[in-house]
Ligand binder design. Structure first.
Ligand SMILES: Nc1ncnc2c1ncn2[C@@H]1O[C@H](COP(=O)(O)OP(=O)(O)O)[C@@H](O)[C@H]1O
Ligand SMILES: [Mg+2]
Length: 371
């Protein structure tokens, strides 16, 4: 069902995205060992990842790095999810058992992988190495898919941070049959953290494919809604559809949630849309509060843009008026750059550089509410 609020897992529940799916699957089957899937929240990254992994049927360990946000950025959590992933993999590819049981600090009991967590804990490189050996023997690739990978950047390793970029680099250079797929909503943060564009980082200049998911166009959003409603036997007027597209723009996650709400209540009308927007705004306000806790200036800059102050100098002027003092350019720049990295702002050239807020609900909350 198109309006199913969970991330999709089958192509037939996926509206469009054919080009992106093909690109993703091609990349995962190519010699390129790192694929990066980017896009703002609720744009369909997890869904695309799920469908590609399922269709390719490759051995895959999927880690939702959102877990670290919940359970703490510890190696304990990493090892726990890794052990689960390996157990699942072994359940399907029995031959793996023999290879994994050779890893020091790792025990295979039945179909469960157990790991020591003390000094004896297994080396991640050794685990990857054994997976690679098994894969090479079986003419397979093992895919390590890490969803919302920006959360890995705070992970502590033995004596400091786990250097994930270095781990990927090592694997790329030494293991021919390991592939990585990394997604992230905090677009620039993921890019920074992988360091693909940073000359002093381990992954600089290494071959990788980057795929970016964008919002649906107005037409696509309209068709998505029409098909979705037809599927659940509801028949909204065109005016309603237009209003939804106007309000929620092409962010498929918002359109899906609204559709699901209509499905639950078996009705489509403007009151429902209003209530939904209220609910979505509350959700977004919660997210923005977290951003504000990092620095109130983030919110001020976003407010500037939401209120039509879209060039860099406009933004600076807005902030200065708000704070009633002149600010050094570097301070404003730093905040703007960070917001672009986090995906809250997009930079466009029209032809002069201008900023915009890609998520329609965030845009509205910032333009109308006093946070
Ligand atoms: N192409 C699509 N067709 C139908 N529903 C989609 C599509 N992409 C995403 N969705 C729905 O939108 C919501 C957000 O998708 P998700 O994959 O979780 O996005 P992300 O991982 O980018 O935050 C989910 O409810 C999902 O079912
Ligand atoms: Mg996701």
């Amino acid at each position: 069902m198109l309006f199913d609020p969970n991330p999709k897992t089958r192509r037939r529940d996926l509206f469009d995205r054919e080009r992106e799916l093909e690109e993703l699957e091609k990349s995962l089957e190519s010699k390129i060992k790192l694929t990066v899937l980017l896009g703002i929240r609720r744009i369909g990254k997890t869904s695309l990842l799920n469908v590609a992994v399922k269709e390719l049927g490759k051995p895959c360990i999927k880690i939702d790095a959102g877990i670290f946000k919940i359970e703490g950025y510890t190696m304990y959590t990493l090892y726990r999810v890794l052990a689960n992933g390996l157990s699942r993999l072994m359940g399907r590819w029995r031959g793996l058992r023999e290879f994994l049981s050779r890893v020091k600090g790792l025990r295979v009991a039945g179909l469960e992988v157990e790991m020591s967590l003390d000094e004896e804990k297994p080396s991640l490189i050794e685990i990857l190495g054994r997976l690679d050996e098994w894969a090479s023997k079986n003419k397979e690739d093992v895919l390590i898919a890490i969803d919302e990978a920006q959360n890995m950047r705070f992970l502590k390793g033995g004596y400091g941070r786990l250097d994930f970029g270095e781990l990927i680099r090592y694997s790329m250079e030494n293991f021919d049959n390991i592939r990585f797929l990394v997604t992230g909503s905090e677009v620039g943060v993921v890019m920074d953290f992988l360091g693909l564009e940073n000359p002093s980082s381990p992954l600089y200049g290494r071959p990788s494919n980057i795929i970016t998911l964008r919002r649906f166009s107005e037409d696509f959003s309209r068709n998505f809604l029409k098909e979705g409603f037809k599927e659940i036997g509801l028949h909204p007027e065109d005016r309603f559809i237009d209003k939804v597209v106007d309000t929620l723009d092409g962010v498929v996650g918002w359109l899906t949630l609204l559709g699901y709400r209509c499905y639950q209540l078996r009705r489509v009308d403007e009151t429902l849309l209003r209530e939904f927007v209220n609910y979505a705004e509350k959700l977004v306000e919660g997210e923005l509060k977290k951003l504000e806790a990092l620095s109130p200036r983030y919110i001020e800059v976003l407010k500037a843009v939401a209120n039509g102050y879209t060039t860099w100098s406009d933004i600076k002027r807005w902030i200065e008026q708000r704070e009633k003092r002149l600010l050094p350019s570097s301070i404003v720049s730093r905040v703007v750059i960070k917001l672009v990295k986090l995906g809250y702002l997009d930079k466009r050239y029209t032809p002069r550089p201008e900023y915009m807020i890609p998520d329609p609900v965030i845009r509205k909350v910032l333009a109308t509410k006093s946070m």
